[in-house]
Design a protein around this ligand. Structure first.
Ligand code: GDP
Ligand code: IMO
Ligand code: MG
Length: 430
């Protein structure tokens, strides 16, 4: 029997989605990215060799897997062409196995300039975006003035549309932000090369998903970012500009909401966040430094240090609900090795009130003091442990407690960056 499975982040991104997607695609016909853009950085490690992907789906290291980019993804042609080149230099030919929807909105250099100008203008209120033009590209899509990849096919009309759009961006850049304008003719001049490189890879992603369904093939939908960065349900405005939750796998991939058999929520055994915004369980002292160092918590896209803290079960429980999570994949358990005591946030105190659910807004969340439950840590090494029975009792108790607090079973446990450092207790494709 075939299965369609969504794999996505339950926190603020960087949960280890890329690793898990790569692992689970062994028996898949296709992997589909459905939202976000090259703000994502998904790390795959196979036999010690590391590959970081930004736009290309994390099934690319398996020769038999077709990789699809649905129309919910914003595509920078320059970034995509560059990523394909990097992969080719590493001996991975992605071109033959990649199909991109012509409906994907295009990120131009003027989107990047606008993203960075907006951030500068926000000063101390900056969101800490990846500076990749993601927000402005989604703005143009929703405003119905964006360029879509399929338009590259007609160079003349596309050139006119790009010229008009970049002139509009330049008006904002110069008049609103006092920034330098972008060179319009340089933007237009790239169109023929983009067409030549990308047109051969464009195809009907939604139609392919229907064909896979009819052929009873397994398909995996790969999320980027995480539920707490969702534009509607995350810590607005400190979010990304797309819906990152499971509902977006249907709309952004090109299928319907009944298409999915399982949703795997990937969670780190603790919490991290890159960029600004409320983070109730953030740790600044020794434990935070331990997590950052042991977890090597530096962004895979921008190299920025990630903020670290204890696991927040209040936010994670809401994220599981938002995603209809049917199973959890807990990653980076090994990073907790050596801590004598662990804390899990099980509620918030705000003013005189105790809250079981997160407040609706970021300002409210910033006022919340976490209520912690303490569990014993372990001194044994869990790094690369691949059998549940071999985990220290305290680690199993910790996992059981997460499962209980979130009301979702732990199906997969990851104990190291390598593909093989994983325990699959229940395979979502079985
Ligand atoms: P993604 O954006 O969700 O795909 O995650 P990233 O690749 O940005 O960040 C996750 C980081 O943790 C990467 O460097 C992974 O190689 C690493 N990683 C994934 N799982 C584990 C694990 O179980 N233990 C450790 N120590 N590292 C892991
Ligand atoms: P993956 O897929 C972690 C964060 C940025 C910033 C906010 C908005 O690797 O988990 P944007 O450039 O999207 O407008 O930035 O979202 N952000 C991520 N944080 N992992 C990511 O992707 C992220 N993509 C965006 O740091 O706070
Ligand atoms: Mg990442």
């Amino acid at each position: 029997m075939s299965r369609s499975v969504v794999v996505l982040g339950i926190q603020w991104g960087d949960e280890g989605k890329g690793k898990v997607v790569d692992l689970l695609t062994e028996d898949c016909a296709a992997v589909v990215r459905f939202q976000g853009g090259h703000n994502a950085g998904h790390t795959l490690v196979i036999d010690g060799q590391k590959t970081v992907l930004h736009l290309v789906p994390s099934g690319i290291l398996r020769d038999s897997v077709q990789c699809l980019i649905g129309s919910g993804v914003v595509v920078s042609p320059d970034a995509l062409i560059g990523e394909l080149q990097t992969l080719e230099q590493a001996g991975i030919t992605a071109r033959d196995r990649l199909v991109i929807s012509p409906g994907c909105p295009v990120i131009l250099s003027s989107h990047i300039a606008l993203d960075q100008a907006r951030e500068r203008a926000r000063g101390s209120d900056a969101i800490g975006t990846t500076g990749r033009g993601i927000g402005p590209a989604y703005e143009d899509k929703v405003a119905r003035r964006g360029i879509r990849l399929g338009e590259l096919g007609n160079v003349d009309t596309c050139s006119e549309r790009v010229e008009e759009l970049v002139e509009y961006h330049n008006f904002l850049l110069t008049q609103r932000f006092g920034a330098e304008p972008v060179d319009v003719s340089e933007c237009v001049s790239r169109i023929p090369a983009w067409r030549d490189r990308l047109s051969p890879m464009m195809g009907d992603v939604s139609g392919m998903l229907e064909a896979y369904s009819n052929a009873k093939s397994n398909v995996l939908f790969e999320g980027a970012q995480g539920a707490l960065l969702d534009i509607d349900h995350g810590t607005y405005p400190f979010v990304t500009s797309s819906n990152t939750i499971a509902g977006a796998a249907a709309s952004g991939g090109g299928t319907g909401p009944l298409a999915f058999d399982a949703v795997i929520g990937v969670i780190k055994a603790y919490a991290t966040r890159v960029g600004a915004g409320p983070f109730p369980t953030e740790l600044h002292e020794t434990v935070g430094a331990h997590l950052a160092e042991r977890g090597n918590e530096f962004g895979a896209t921008t190299g920025r240090p990630r903020r670290c803290g204890w696991f927040d079960a209040v936010l994670a429980r809401r994220a599981c609900w938002l995603n209809s999570a049917s199973g959890l994949c807990v990653t980076k358990l090994d990073v907790l090795d050596g801590l004598s005591e662990l804390a899990i946030c099980v509620g918030y105190r705000r003013g005189g009130e105790v809250l079981d659910d997160p407040p609706w807004d970021s300002a409210g969340l910033a006022e919340c003091e976490p209520i912690y439950e303490y569990l014993p840590g372990w001194v044994e090494r869990t790094g690369s442990v691949r059998r549940l029975e071999a985990l220290p009792a305290a680690a199993r108790t910790y996992l059981d407690r997460l499962e209980e607090l979130l009301g979702v079973p732990v199906d997969i446990i990851s104990t190291g960056p390598d593909r093989d450092d994983t325990m699959v207790l229940r395979d979502p494709f079985q």
